[in-house]
Design a protein around this ligand. Structure first.
Ligand code: ADP
Ligand code: MG
Length: 731
């Protein structure tokens, strides 16, 4: 067998993967939860009462923290960290690369006077603001290297935490990242702005119904899908290592067709891994609660309880980091790519999103009588209207090279943005359109199972729909089209912004009618009816995977942008720029810069994939196949020599076929190289990206088909890349 693959499989079967010691935490979750977090509880202990109260007030009212308060927080934070054995601290921020960034500094400051011992310290200035040399982060032209200053600034609304690794303990301070001129260079800054705008506009609308609402927060509960592969096999697949997905690989005879993996018993090795990373996450205050097997072999999911949106996103990024780190300890690799394997399901990150008031009310909770709940209908219909108005922008917010393989592949929602309401809500909306709120019998139905001893159950107001990108799931919307590797901020910033903008408009529209003398409630109903009329075509409760829906959606005038370059252009459309700049989320400069960064990322990613495809074809696939071809030719000659002409003739056919496929691959890899080079001749970044989407990717797909055919013809021993069945099923 090919040495590379053989060694990887040996490594695996030797069980070289050390049994991991602290696999299963013996303590109760309540004993460890949040132990590494500078939480309000810890602050109470480490801060003076005055400082503590000022911090609580600042977090609650989104007010600024003054310098002397920051000075006291820095003191307390340093004391807590050093009490816990921490030596270094870092601002932790989210540049547009998609991963998080950090730069560690020691607390210890040596003394210049050598007769005096230096000491550990953290000043307010250090806590609040750092200046990493940030010239290598993508900025989309907002900065050139000569003006490389970028500042990271403390975000007190997301708690600082201690990260423990084999190499010691570090204090992490969640931060935003901005340029010298104050423009955002990260995901967090616009997210925080959008959350604040949503707060203002939703609070204003809440007051039509409840004068006492002071604050509205967006809530997010993500569900993270991922694959696990053995580390030895991962290292034997340069495509997985360099691009996160397999660029070759014939389907395994057994894939997901039996659906026997979904919710099945979790393999022991995997469960040990899960317990281990969950343990770390729980210490970091990530409320991770759910784990299960997903549909594809080797695919899993985990989910926490929902939290304030900003904190939830930090927790998701931290989780992905912890998962990758702990996986290595278990001889595993966690894959977050949206489509690591062809022919089986890809991975998403469902974003469950809602809004909650400071009075503890979920604004998307329909209550027992949704048709009578005007506040619920107001927020629900405004969300639908926002999605309808800015559907293309929402699609753009999830556009990446990886996600393109997943959306519309009959395993994930299509690239068409629609809203699933469930039949009960649809009935209510349908009547509402014409009659206004109506007494429907919307009590929960009770299902009598007719099995003694099994309690009766109620069915939810909505069924589930896996085929919709944006289903309503009872008391929240679930944006299912987000990619598994994504920083949720991109999608959530857009969602918050479009809903905030819509709610502002709603306030204006209602007040206009009130000013004309209409009663408040009637005004609200009339505006909602108008909204529903114009956005009803966005509601779809059928099968989003079907071809019929594609046709129907086209008839309804809903766009279906299948590739990232097509989708991204909505980011810089007139209406998007208008909305972003009016709200103050981005200035025009920033919108264009972000657009450039996203295109650049797409181009780079597809280009790397294309080069790896070329290299593997040339150096793995063709040499392996030729070796086998050589053997076949010798056999053929031998058969002829001993006069077995008929058998020789048959073999000749096979050899010819093999030759043709090898020739095809050679030809296609040359064409791929040329296409990659000529894609760069495009005049704008979008033209270049489109070249990659329409010329390069199709050639890669063609080449892959030929190589995958070859995989099934060539002697197993001559094949160098670990096969799908090995990646999926070896434990
Ligand atoms: P599913 O039926 O999809 O498994 P769950 O009710 O278990 O849904 O919730 C899935 C995710 O949605 C969890 O992370 C959960 O915390 C989150 N979630 C539940 N309620 C809300 C809410 N009001 N806002 C945001 N996320 C929520
Ligand atoms: Mg769900």
């Amino acid at each position: 067998m090919s040495e590379i693959r053989y060694n990887a499989l040996q490594e695996l079967s030797k069980g070289s993967i050390a049994e991991h010691k602290n696999g299963s935490p013996k303590k109760r979750i309540s004993e460890i939860f949040g132990q590494n977090v500078f939480s309000l509880m810890v602050m109470k202990e480490y801060l003076t009462e005055g400082t503590y109260l000022r911090i609580v007030a600042a977090i609650k009212n989104n007010s600024k923290i003054d310098f002397s308060t920051a000075e006291n927080v820095a003191k307390g934070m340093k004391k807590w960290a050093t009490d816990n054995g921490v030596t270094h601290y870092t601002h932790w921020f989210q540049p547009l690369t998609g991963s998080t960034a950090e730069k560690h500094d020691a607390f210890y400051k040596p003394s210049l006077d050598f007769t005096v011992q230096g000491m550990e310290n953290l000043t307010a200035a250090e806590l609040v603001q750092r200046e990493p040399d940030a010239s290598s982060f993508p900025s989309g032209g907002l900065r050139n290297t000569a003006q490389a200053r970028g500042y990271s600034v403390w975000d007190p609304t997301s708690p600082a935490f201690i990260l423990e690794t084999e190499n010691g303990k570090t204090l992490y301070v969640p931060s935003i990242f901005i340029s010298y001129t104050g423009e955002s260079l990260d995901y967090k800054t616009p997210l925080l702005k959008s959350a604040e705008l949503l707060n203002q506009s939703a609070t204003r609308v809440c007051r039509y119904f409840d004068e006492n609402v002071n604050n509205v927060i967006a809530t997010l509960g993500w569900e993270q899908e991922y694959f696990l592969v053995d580390e030895a096999l991962f290292h034997a697949r340069p495509d997985l290592m360099l691009t996160g997905r397999t660029l070759f690989g014939a389907a395994s005879p057994k894939g997901q067709q039996l659906e026997d993996h979904y919710f099945a018993t979790i393999p022991e090795r995997v469960q040990k891994y899960m317990q281990d990373f969950e343990h770390e996450c729980l210490k970091l205050g990530i409320p991770i609660l759910t784990r299960h097997n997903e549909v594809a072999p080797g695919q899993y999911e985990c989910a926490p309880m929902f939290e304030d949106l900003n904190v939830a996103i930090d927790h998701n990024l931290l989780l992905m980091d912890v998962m990758q780190r702990i996986a290595k300890k278990h001889g595993l690799r966690a894959l977050f790519h949206e489509k690591p394997f062809a022919g089986v399901n890809g991975s998403g990150k469902h974003n469950n999103w809602s809004m909650a008031t400071d009075r503890g009310k979920n604004l998307l909770s329909p209550g027992s009588q949704p048709s009578q709940n005007l506040s619920f209908l107001t927020f629900f219909i405004n969300v639908v209207k926002a999605i309808d108005t800015h559907a293309d922008l929402l699609r753009a917010s999830i556009a990446t090279a990886g996600n393109d393989h997943r959306l519309g592949a009959n395993e994930a929602p299509p690239a068409i943005i629609s809203v699933f309401t469930g039949s009960l809500i649809e009935q209510i909306l349908d009547r509402f359109r014409t009659d206004g709120p109506h007494a429907l019998e919307d009590h929960k139905e009770i299902i009598d199972l007719q099995i003694p001893k099994i309690p009766e159950i109620t069915i939810d107001n909505t069924d589930r729909n896996r085929t919709s990108p944006f289903p309503f799931t009872g008391n929240k919307f679930e944006f299912r089209a987000v990619g598994s590797s994504a920083n949720c901020s991109a999608a959530m910033t857009v969602l918050n912004s479009i809903v905030a903008s819509q709610l502002q408009q709603f306030g204006v529209d209602v007040d206009k009618l009130i000013a004309k003398g209409q009663v408040k409630e009637e005004a609200i109903i009339q505006v909602l009816k108008d909204y529903l009329k114009s956005s009803y075509h966005r509601i779809f409760n059928g099968n989003g995977y079907s071809e019929a829906w594609e046709k129907e959606a086209a008839k309804r005038g809903l766009s279906n942008r299948k590739t990232t370059p097509e989708a991204l252009s909505a980011f810089v459309s007139e209406s998007s720029i208008d909305m972003f700049t009016k709200l103050g989320i981005f200035n025009e400069h920033e919108v264009h810069a972000r657009y450039e960064v996203m295109l650049e990322q797409y181009i780079k990613q597809v280009e790397i994939e294309s080069m790896v495809t070329f290299e593997l074809a040339q150096t793995y696939i063709i040499p392996g196949a030729r070796k086998y071809l050589g053997e076949q030719i010798n056999i053929l000659k031998g058969l002829k020599e001993i006069g077995l002409d008929k058998a020789a003739d048959n073999s000749k056919g096979e050899v010819e076929e093999l030759c043709t496929t090898i020739e095809d691959i050679l030809h296609l890899s040359k064409a791929l190289k040329n296409a990659t080079e000529s894609a760069h001749h495009g005049k704008t970044a979008n033209e270049i990206a489109s070249g990659f989407a329409t010329k390069v990717l199709p050639l890669m797909a063609k080449l892959r088909i030929a190589a995958d055919e070859l995989e099934l013809k060539v002697d197993d021993a001559a094949w160098k890349l670990p096969k799908y069945r090995e990646l999926f099923f070896l434990r």
